[in-house]
Design a protein around this ligand. Sequence first.
Ligand code: 6GU
Length: 254
Amino acid sequence: MRIDILTLFPEMFAGPFAESIVARAVEQEIVQIELHNLRDWGEGKRRNVDDAPFGGGAGMVMQPEPFFRAVESIPDHEQARTILLTPQGRLLTQQIVDELATAPHLILLCGHYEGVDERVREHLADDEISIGDYVLSGGEPAAIVLVDALVRRLPGALGSETSLDEESHTGGLLEYPQYTRPAEFRGWHVPDILLSGHHKEVAGWRRRQSLLRTAQRRPDLLRQALQDGDAVSEEDRRWLEEELETNLQDQPPS
Ligand code: 6GU
């Protein structure tokens, strides 16, 4: 996969892309990441990239020209999927990540200041993504999040491919709790079942923990997983129903 990133602040990406999974994927040529400084495509001697909003108001708006010129400088940009990072975009989910991870070429447009001229959204971007319902100072941290989530879905990017299947959100449920040595830490014990060596029972416990956690913390995700059908088995469903009923009975009357 190739990812081109258009930004006024290319240096914001240096740290995050120099470490861990993303750095290794770049080294192994699983992903090619190209940063483009929008300032290089600014107009005039001052390389202007922003101006006051028409109609008045506070702050500056990023002009369309640098975005268009930068995109048009990218080889085969016509075949790429161009994504504007904006708090007005569709909310990023694992499903969207997995879908985007199949694209051979993405172009990420990072806005800043009060916003980006609407013509970028209308005539340059194919898609708009937000990473959550809060406001960032610019699209850069969102692009870093998106690249990280994408790269770890590319074949070969993770050490052991099996670790993908059991992650939180893959399969629509949160992950079960994990423990490592020591078996007792400051008086807190690891659940006995995990030390038992009974693989089938460990798997069953983990599945139930995963269901229970999702029910308690993210009922919205559980509802979706139950609707999706194949994410939750009939056995899971029966167990969870019984468990939640028992838990409700355990609550003191209010
Ligand atoms: Cl993509 N950009 C900005 N500026 N703020 C955000 C965001 C993006 N996603 C969530 N908040």
